[in-house]
Structure formats: C-alpha cells, structure tokens
Design a protein around this ligand. Structure first.
Ligand SMILES: NC(=O)c1ccc[n+]([C@@H]2O[C@H](COP(=O)([O-])OP(=O)(O)OC[C@H]3O[C@@H](n4cnc5c(N)ncnc54)[C@H](O)[C@@H]3O)[C@@H](O)[C@H]2O)c1
Length: 325
C-alpha cells in the first residue's frame, strides 16, 4: 500500500509510520513540525529508513489524518489558529481527496471531547475516583455531540465533515473518536498527553501539577492497540466506511491522575512532588469509552492492560530520557 500520514512526525503518526513501513508499505508523512519534539521523531524515523518524507505523492490507498493542533489550552489562547489547523485543515484535505484521490480510505483521529462535559450523567465518587453511576460500559457513539472548548469545536466539526463526505460524496472515511492514548515517542506536556507527561516528569524529577482534584478518570489506550485498530479498520473498510467509532481503553482500562502517580512512585521507588490548581475548561470528571461497536464491527479490543502499558512506557521513557532533557 501507499499510505499518507498527516501529522506523521507526531506521537501517534510516527508509531503508525514505523509500523506500516515495517511491514512493507510505502509511507509518506506530511508534518509542519509545529509540535515540540516532532523534529526528533522525524530524525528517528529517518534513521529507521523512512527517508523521503514530507512530500505529497499519490494516489494513496490509506490516509491517516493525524495532523492537528492538539491542546485544549492552546485552542483557548488562539482559537483561530486552532480552527484553521483542525477544521479548515481537515476540510482542505477532504476536498483534495474528493478531487484527486477519491478511492482512498481516510481515517480521521477525532476525540472524545466531541461529547463535551456530559453534565446530565450522574457521577459518583468511590474509593478516591469518580465514576458514572449508571453507565458501567461507558459512553457509546449514540451520545449527543456537545462541542466544548475551541478544540472540541474544531475537532468536532472535522469529525462531522469526514462523516458527511461519506454520505454526500461517497468517500471512504472512518472516524475514530479517541480517548487518552499513551505510548512511546509521545512528547507529553502539561497541556496534552498527560500519561506521557507524568512519566517524563517522574523520570526527570520534575514537579507535577494536578488540575482539579486528581480523582478524574479516563480510559487509557496503549499506542500499539490504536495502531492495530487502524489496521483492522482498514481491512474492513468496505463494510465500515462512513462510520464513527469510540476507540479507547474502555471500562477495563481506566485510570485516575492519582492512581497514575501511585504507579509511577512505585516504579521509581520515590515520592513525586505534586502541586494543585483549578480545573481546566472542558475537563470531564470522568470519561470512559464504550468500545463494543469497534469490537463488533472490526474485531478490535485493547490487549495491553493499563499496568503493563504504564510499565512499558516508564521503562522506555527512562531509557530514552536524554530526548526529553
Ligand atoms: N494523543 C491522544 O491522546 C489523542 C486523543 C484523541 C485524539 N487525538 C488526535 O490524534 C491526532 C494525533 O495526536 P498526537 O497525540 O499524535 O499529537 P502530536 O502533537 O504528537 O502529533 C500531531 C502532529 O501534527 C503536526 N501538525 C500540527 N499542525 C500541522 C499542520 N498544520 N500541518 C502539518 N502538520 C501539522 C505536529 O507537528 C505533530 O507532529 C490528533 O489529531 C489529535 O487531535 C490524540
């Protein structure tokens, strides 16, 4: 296959690139290197043999659209840029495909933020963590959209454009509404990529600021499982084109901020210095994906459980700490 990955020097993009190149596909990445660390990912994949990157050559069998402005905080500070990259950027890409590469399969990395704060759901606190009172399997794709924060709006509108370009123009788009993804080569910062950021901070001995009370819960997904979801979805593209899937760790892989700190303290064998600050906009107390539709439609579910994934990431971060210094 020929695969184009926008945002291919970013965390998810670079893991997809090495996976697909490693099994013999031709991968071209397109990235403006705006994310701190993406230039290091680019250097790294060049070493792995992906030399001729950052050109647009088509037609492509598969396009993974990962490029984005990814931080909610940045979207609040600069909503226009966020809109231009996330909403307009996706629209431009869809238009280019419609005119020049309509046979491609287009996978869009959307986000659970499209569901907003879900204030109608009852949330209870149990054992120092929040949980849904009435939704043990998590939030499914039938949930109303309720974009919150400029990032939620820009990613959400792109999500809807992808879906509609299937209905109106018959493009083979698949939307993945991703929860927290974590893994190798993620340059997590305080504003985005919290699992990786906590690991990096723990390894480098930095203080971690908890926004909110630390009891907030996310389902978390290890990067290898996400790449596999893209691969399996591609295999089933003719059956699932035009559909939207929640992709996350699901109810079996949930983690609070405090629980992650405890895991890391155990792995490091020391206390991690913490500070506290206010909740951030659009920050849900709980988000847990119901991932059964993806399992049903293309046979995907996570195989790396949270404790195993965190240990792998901590070890990798420790071994590669020089790239974060
Ligand atoms: N990591 C997560 O937990 C998560 C969760 C939900 C959704 N997503 C989505 O997945 C995608 C990938 O996220 P990631 O974690 O790999 O982020 P990332 O920041 O590591 O990667 C995004 C890449 O896009 C590039 N980029 C930004 N603007 C660009 C532009 N205008 N043109 C070309 N390249 C541009 C950046 O330089 C970066 O390399 C994003 O669309 C994000 O919204 C990620």
């Amino acid at each position: 296959m020929r695969i184009l990955i926008t945002g291919g020097a970013g965390f998810i993009g670079v893991n997809c690139a090495t996976h697909f190149a490693g099994i013999g596909h031709e991968v071209i990445i397109f990235d403006n290197l705006s994310r701190a660390g993406s230039e290091k990912n680019l250097e790294w994949i060049k070493i792995e043999g992906l030399v001729d990157v950052i050109t647009q050559k088509g037609p492509f069998d598969l396009i993974l659209h990962m490029a984005a402005q990814v931080a909610v905080t940045t979207s609040v500070a600069n909503p226009r840029e966020d809109f231009e990259v996330n909403a307009l950027g996706t629209f431009n890409l869809l238009e280019a495909i419609r005119h020049h590469n309509p046979e491609t399969t287009f996978i869009y990395a959307s986000t659970n933020k499209v569901y907003g704060e879900m204030e109608d759901l009852n949330i209870i606190e149990k054992d120092g963590r929040y949980m849904y009172q009435d939704l043990p399997e998590g939030v499914d794709e039938k949930r109303n959209l309720d974009f919150h924060s400029p990032y939620g709006c820009s990613k959400g509108s792109a999500d809807q454009y992808c879906r509609d370009y299937y209905r109106i123009y018959g493009l083979k788009t698949i939307v993945m509404r991703q929860s927290c993804i974590y893994g190798y080569r993620q340059f997590g910062i305080e504003d985005q990529g919290w699992v990786a950021w906590f690991c990096i901070a723990a390894v480098l001995g930095k203080q971690i600021t908890i926004y909110g009370d630390g009891k907030q819960i996310r389902d978390v997904l290890f990067i290898d499982d996400l790449v596999r979801a893209y691969e399996l979805a591609y295999e089933k593209r003719d059956q699932i084109a035009g559909k939207v899937y929640n992709i996350g760790g699901g109810p079996k892989n949930t983690l609070s901020l405090h629980e992650l700190i405890r895991y890391l303290e155990k792995l490091k064998g020391e206390r991690i210095p913490l500070a506290y600050d206010d909740w951030r906009p659009g920050d849900q107390k709980v988000f847990i994906d119901n991932i059964s539709l993806a399992e049903n439609d293309f046979g995907w579910k996570p195989v790396t459980m949270t404790d195993e994934g965190i240990e792998k990431l901590y070890k990798w971060t420790y071994e590669n700490r020089y790239i974060f210094e």
